[in-house]
Write a protein that binds this ligand. Structure first.
Ligand code: DWN
Ligand code: SAH
Ligand code: ZN
Length: 414
């Protein structure tokens, strides 16, 4: 499959109505969190995964939309609290908010996409009024069992207006790794407008396009990630919907993310860090279609190198297992054609994934105990964003002579 096209598809931009030129086509892909029982395999559905860039506002977005109720529902398996790194990340940020924007009488925080309550836990324990909004009932009920208040619902204009009517204005609307999942950003910002207090802030963090391109994190592209945000495209979107982007802070989580702060115009001064990131993006030419041609070439190179390495090792009689049945891994296995012939199973701590087949590749998912029974010669680390945590946990694998295979920013063995 060739990722670069000479005559790209064009669709209207979901944000500004400008023209989106398709620049990457990953072809047929399954639901990235659609872990299957064997009897479900014949009914598995596939979608075309392609992204394009808007020539007017530079927003990188998918060309086709997967219906939201197929991705986010009671059976959504991802549990955000599964990583100690991410638990600490959100605990620290909750403490920061408690000392700043949530410091005062009867403050109210709403989180969009709270999942199992990884961030709201500290807010709840501090006794601050809060509400999580998340359509994935299974994850939300884990939060509820810990005393966190959740509305099992999609955040959009109507939901937000209803929350405002019942609970009053929010001082902070927070979201992590969720706003990029919502194609209908006009309704999200309309909801923020309905719910946010006049001096309030809308803070959200998400994977950063600059890091995705610079380090060839092509597996961050999958059904749920409808948008790949840059600071410039978020600035333009906020303005389009009557808000102002006032801060952008670069962070290392998930391979590189940005925490954006949006407010009503004039409420806060734009920060120096925001202006510096905008300047850096202009130098990188992040908003240009041509930038994606180089990206596409590097993705094809990774696929060729990875498939060659796995086939050579397999041919030499080496045993290779997968580690971390991430959403990202669906893009890798499908795009590279990796199946259970090369990687007999993937080990993962998530109960809802264990005993199931990974979407698309149908590679079985097993518990981390199966990793030690016996250790493989090589482990393909799909959860590369948790490398430190996983490698520390599996120290004896490396000490016993095992090797990790990573495929970003290039294929290498450590
Ligand atoms: O944006 C999203 C992020 C926040 O989470 C969602 N669209 C879906 C999901 O993406 P992902 O599946 O790529 O997330 P992670 O956090 O990279 O997934 C890590 C996977 O690895 C989980 O299935 C848990 C597993 N894991 C493990 O087996 N042992 C993780 C750790 C830390 C471990 O020690
Ligand atoms: N905030 C957590 C979870 C991210 S996973 C973290 O950073 O790790 C994305 C979450 O967004 C899922 O729990 C999903 O159910 C939720 N989500 C998807 N669309 C949403 C919407 N329109 N409104 C609120 N939550 C949504
Ligand atoms: Zn646009």
């Amino acid at each position: 499959m060739d990722l670069s096209k000479t005559l790209p598809t064009m669709v209207p931009c979901r944000i500004c109505g400008g023209t989106v030129y398709e620049c990457l086509d990953f072809g047929r892909q399954p639901l990235s969190n659609g872990f299957l029982k064997p009897e479900d395999v014949p009914h598995e559905r596939y979608y075309r995964l392609a992204v394009g860039i808007c020539t007017a506002c530079t927003m990188v977005q998918q060309v086709h939309e997967v219906p939201r109720q197929l991705m986010f529902h009671d059976g959504y398996v991802y549990r955000a609290s599964g990583s100690s790194l991410m638990r600490k990340h959100f605990e620290h940020y909750a403490e920061h908010l408690l000392a700043t924007d949530l410091n005062g009488e009867d403050k109210f925080l709403v989180e969009i996409g709270c999942n199992d309550g990884v961030m709201l836990r500290a807010i709840h324990e501090a006794g601050v009024r809060h509400l999580g909004v998340d359509p994935s009932g299974g994850a939300a009920r884990v939060a509820e069992e810990n005393g966190i208040r959740v509305r099992i619902d999609f955040f959009e204009r109507a939901t937000a207006a209803d929350v405002r009517a019942k609970e009053g204005p929010a001082d902070v609307i927070f979201s992590a790794n969720t706003i990029s999942h919502i194609p209908y950003l006009d309704s999200v910002f309309g909801g923020v407008d309905a719910l946010l207090a006049p001096q309030g802030v809308f803070i959200f963090e998400d994977r950063y396009l600059g890091d995705i391109i610079a380090r060839t994190y092509f597996d961050q592209i999958y059904d749920e990630h409808f948008y790949l945000f840059s600071v410039e495209s978020v600035r333009a979107a906020a303005e389009q919907y009557g808000f102002q982007l006032v801060d952008a802070e670069h962070m290392p989580v998930h391979g590189g993310s940005i925490r954006y702060t949006v407010a009503r115009p004039g409420v806060r001064e734009p920060s120096a860090s925001l202006l510096a990131l905008l300047e850096q993006e202009r130098e990188m030419q992040l908003g240009r279609h041509e930038t994606f041609a180089g990206f596409a070439g590097r993705i094809n190179g990774i696929r060729d190198d990875l498939v060659r390495l796995l086939k050579d090792l397999h041919g030499d009689g080496k045993r290779i297992l997968g580690y971390g049945a991430t959403s990202k891994s669906a893009t890798v296995t499908m795009f590279c054609g990796i199946d259970s012939g090369l990687v007999p199973y993937i080990c993962d701590t998530t109960p809802g994934k264990q005993g199931r087949l990974a979407p698309g590749s149908h590679i079985p998912v097993r518990t981390p105990d199966a990793f030690r029974d016996p250790y493989p010669d090589y482990a393909l680390l799909f959860a590369w964003n948790h490398a430190d945590e996983i490698m520390a946990k599996e120290r004896t694998f490396r000490e016993a002579g095992g090797r990790w295979i990573l495929y970003v920013p290039d294929v290498h063995v450590i």
